[in-house]
Design a protein around this ligand. Sequence first.
Ligand code: MD3
Ligand code: FE
Length: 217
Amino acid sequence: MTMSLFDLPGIAESWQEPLAPGAVILRGFATPDETALLSALQAVIAMAPFRNMITPGGFRMSVAMTNCGSLGWITDSTGYRYDAIDPLTGRQWPQMPELFLRLAVNAAAQAGFTGFVPDACLINRYEPGARLSLHQDKNERDFNQPIVSVSLGIPAVFLFGGLSRADKPARIPLMHGDVVVWGGPARFRYHGILPLKEDYHPLVGEQRINLTFRKAG
Ligand code: MD3
Ligand code: FE
């Protein structure tokens, strides 16, 4: 009887897919840490609950968000920014769990970004129907630093556009355990998430969680 490494508990498959200059997908990179990531996430959301923020245009975001780390991304009627204080609790955002930091640093290094030390982790929760319209990430101070994203739970279709909003975006499926490092010329590309389809993930349920690690300050 032949047994592959893939059949052994605790040994998961991970492989790299170059996506574009500056962007690389590490498929399955987070899977070995899935249970520990989810329990650390529970501790974070117990201190800083998910909430649907209101954009400056007055729209309630369908994606629910929270943050951990010394800075958190927020939007309200006055604009978009990073802040050390959670406006919902009036307290600092929860510390970034060691495992989150280690995963982000290791993924960035794998993609060639040494010395990446994120100070912000934006946590997005998508329920079926939730979407994120095309946007650029420009609220960070140093655009030479990459962004590392970690997908958990049910799959999503990622829209990967160009440097102009009018560029037709490619559709890239992102699955549980996938990590993507976005740097260099990919850093300014428009991107978004199509409305999430109904699905079920055995560990995460009927939702998708996305962690994005940033050097914001
Ligand atoms: C490409 N989040 O939080 S992660 C965001 O799945 C965001 O929740 C999406 O876009 C999500 O801002 C996509 C992938 C991602 C994150 C940042 C990027 C792709 C990026 C920045 C520049 C280019
Ligand atoms: Fe983004």
